[in-house]
Every structure is written in C-alpha cells, then in structure tokens.
Design a protein around this ligand. Structure first.
Ligand SMILES: [Zn+2]
Length: 453
C-alpha cells in the first residue's frame, strides 16, 4: 500500500492548520496542473483520475481498519485487492441510515481516542440518532482540502454572517470552518435559534458589523429580514455580495422574495451531516455543481439499487473521497435527483446535480403527489400572500388547504380567500381553499410547511 497520499496530506494539513500556506492548499494533493482548482482548473479527466485513485485508497484502507465495512464487503464478496476503482464501485454494498442509527462508533476506521468531534443527526427523518464522528484530519481534510474558489468566492476581507444552527449537527460549524479556516475570511457566529441567538440580536450584529456574505436557511432569511424591518433597518443596504441558503429547500419564487428583501443573489448549498458538502449552486441557479473533489455521487434506482445513467432520476448515493478515519461509502441519502454532465454556462466543469425532493415530504391530494416546492412556487407568485404559510394535508385530502399570512397591508376577508383559491387552483390544477390567519407560528428549528392534521 502506498503511503504517499497519507503523508502528503498530513504534512500539508499541518501547514494549513498553522497558517503557513494559502487557502485551498491541498489542491496540490491532486497533482494536477496549476491552478489545480477542481471547479475550473482540473479537467474532467484529471478529476476522474483523482476520484478513481481516491476511491481505491479509501476502500483499501477502510477494509483494513473498519470491522463494520469489512463485514459488509466480505458478505458482498468484494476483495479490496482486486477492487479497481470507480468502475467497481457498483460492486460495493450500500451504507444506509438505518445501519448507522444508534451505533455511534460504527463508522470508525481508527482508534476511538483519535475522534475529535461527534455530531448528531437533527432527527427530521425519525428513528434513533445517527452519530457522525470525525478525527481532526477527516474534519479538516474532507471539505477544506479541495477549495472551490469559483463556487465559493469568499476570501480575506469578507465578513461572513453565519446564521445556521451551531448545536449538535454540522450546519453552523461546517461553514464556520470553511469561511474561517478555508477562506481566511471573518466569521460572525450568529447561529440560529440557540440560547443567545435571537433575530433581534443578529440584526444588531448585521447593522454593526456590515457582513458581505450571509449564510442561513430560506425561512430564517425571512425571519431576519422581518426583524430588521421592525427596527427600520433595511438588509438590502448591506454591502452583501452573496447569500447562501441551505438546510431547507424552497421554490424559485420564494428565493426571489428572499433576494429582494436582502438585495443580494441567493445561491443554494446542498449537503448533509453524514456526507458534508455535496453540491454548490453557481449564479446560474440551474443545478448544484457536485463537489467532485471530496465526494463522488451516484444516482441509483431506489428499489433495485441499479446505477442509473445521467439524466435519470433516482436516489442520491454519496461516497466521500477524503474521509479516511470515518469513511462514508455508497451512502444512501434518501434524497432524489439526477445528474447533468453537460457544461454549465458559468464555466465550472463539475457536473450538476438536480434535486427532486423526498417522498416523505410530498403533499397528496386526490391520490396525486405534489412536491411542496412545486406548490409553493405558485403560492409565492400571489403577491397578496405573505411569506409564512402551511399546507394542511390530512390523509385522503380532496383539496389543498393553504393556511397563510397575508402580505403587509392586505386586508383579509372571505372574498380574498376565494380569489386566492381560484388563482392557485388555476396554477396547480387542483381545488384549493385558503385559511387566512394573522400569524403562522415561527419555529427556531426546521420550518414546517406541510402539516397532516
Ligand atoms: Zn454553473
């Protein structure tokens, strides 16, 4: 087994940690031509060669060090010595959320004492917790090593307001790490919904510190903008060059509302606790560029597990390329999507991932399933409707009930409810009913858009 990669990584990692070299130093790790940046500098062939080599190394090392994966590979009849790389990836067994539930140490391919951080799933999919431990090396290497300077154009001098939750899970901490350690920018750890993290306090920090970058969830972006409006502070006056939205999905129409409130472009970021960053949107807002320098993404048929071709919709399966001590191999995310390998107008050559939601979140009316974001798109185009709503969707629903706040200054009434219902029905083609309410309860956790009462 070659040791070069491991040694090169740890020595570069140490240099990075001590600030001796510039951000994205581990681009050298790809031994590609300069500038070796995976989102533009590496050719698809060079990136493919790196992924191939990386998968081989992760599999070999995992087999040697992880009882959990070794047993799985033995059962599947995969011998790591004859594992050729990406071409053989489909022979490896999947890793599922259920296999990890309630087993905090299942992923370890290292000594327990080397674990530096343990994060836990936020539990939105139910069941026992999933714990994701990381060693120092994995934690920094996995997402920081490659750097995606064209997709994450943040650097020294930028002030990044991080309004994601910092507790338990990875969201806030992961971006804190990327912005502070990876991009060498200034981070404001505003948090979201924590003990000290009120919208009012965050607005005060915005006003005083004038961030140039904001990252938060779509619904918290609205919460903060409303808190700002309450003290006559206009976020569109901030020197923002970019916003990132993550943690929740939303429709294009909702995103446009956020962009208008903040006076900035809002790009989405797709990732998870288990896999870290998986995809980053560019300004084209047309798919997530897959973070191919630290994850390899497959799309599989959810029932049979068969690997699908580009353009075919299936379950997103992720293999982490730079997690050696707590490897993630062929992890079934339960998210649906497809891959488009065609070039993007932005110039970034990384293939794009298009998300198609989760089956569990769907709204079912008259036996037909709808993505809540599809419905939200039509709802948010109605300018009388405010930014807060719920789809009330009991089992066997024969029409769509929308419980919604109105936009400021709009007067409620039965006539308006009927008018909105018929406009929405015209858009989505199913009968609708509006329940206009003064206030939808705000959540400091994930915003609930579909209720089954
Ligand atoms: Zn692009």
């Amino acid at each position: 087994m070659r040791q070069i990669r491991g040694e090169a990584v740890s020595s570069l990692f140490e240099k990075r940690v001590w600030g001796l070299i510039k951000p994205a130093p581990l681009c050298k790790y790809f031994s590609g031509p300069e500038p070796a940046q995976p989102d533009r500098g590496l050719t698809p062939a060079e990136l493919g060669a790196f992924q191939d080599e990386s998968v081989r190394e992760v599999v070999l090392r995992t087999y040697q060090n992880s009882p959990f994966y070794r047993e799985k590979m033995d059962l599947a009849g995969v011998a790591p010595e004859s594992f050729s790389g990406l071409a053989d990836l489909g022979k490896l067994p999947f890793t599922t959320k259920d296999e990890l539930r309630g087993k905090p140490w299942a992923l370890l391919a290292c000594a327990k004492k080397d674990v530096a951080l343990i994060m836990v799933s936020t539990g939105t999919t139910g069941g026992e917790e999933i714990y994701v431990p990381s060693t120092w090396k994995d934690y920094y290497l996995h997402e920081l090593a490659p750097g995606y300077p064209n997709l994450v154009p943040v650097g020294s001098g930028d002030i990044c307001l991080n309004a994601l939750p910092y507790e338990m899970s990875s969201a806030g901490l992961a971006f804190h790490k990327v912005f502070m350690d990876g991009c060498l920018s200034t981070v404001i750890p505003a948090g979201k919904g924590g003990a000290y993290s009120t919208p009012e306090k965050t607005v005060k920090m915005m006003r005083d510190l004038q961030p140039t970058v904001v990252i938060t969830t779509p619904s918290w972006a609205v919460t903060l903008a409303e808190a700002a409006a309450a003290v006559s502070f206009d976020p569109a006056g901030l020197p923002l060059k970019l916003m990132w939205l993550t943690g929740e999905g939303c429709s294009p129409a909702f995103r446009q509302r956020v962009e208008k409130m903040w006076g900035a472009t809002a790009n989405f970021y797709y990732g998870s606790l288990e896999c870290g960053g998986v995809g980053i949107e560019c300004h084209e807002h047309f798919g997530y560029h897959i973070c191919g320098a630290h994850v390899f993404v497959e799309i599989v048929e959810p029932e049979t597990g068969e690997v699908l071709e580009p353009g075919e919709i299936g379950e997103i399966v992720v293999t982490c390329l730079l997690r050696y001590d707590t490897p993630i191999i062929r992890y079934r995310t339960r998210d649906l999507g497809y891959i488009d390998p065609d070039p993007c107008r932005c110039g970034v050559t990384l293939p794009r991932l298009f998300l198609r939601g989760r089956v569990v979140d769907e709204v079912v009316v008259r036996g037909i399933s709808f993505s809540p974001y599809y419905l939200e798109e039509f709802l948010m185009r109605l300018e009388e409707v405010g930014n807060w709503y719920q789809f009330v969707n009991p089992a066997g629903a024969q029409h769509l009930t929308v419980r919604a706040e109105l936009a400021p200054g709009v007067t409620p009434g039965p006539e308006l409810a009927d008018k909105l219902a018929s406009k929405l029905e015209y858009g989505i083609g199913i009968p609708c009913e509006f329940e206009l309410v003064p206030k939808i309860p705000r959540s400091t956790g994930k915003t609930v858009r579909v209720v089954r009462e």
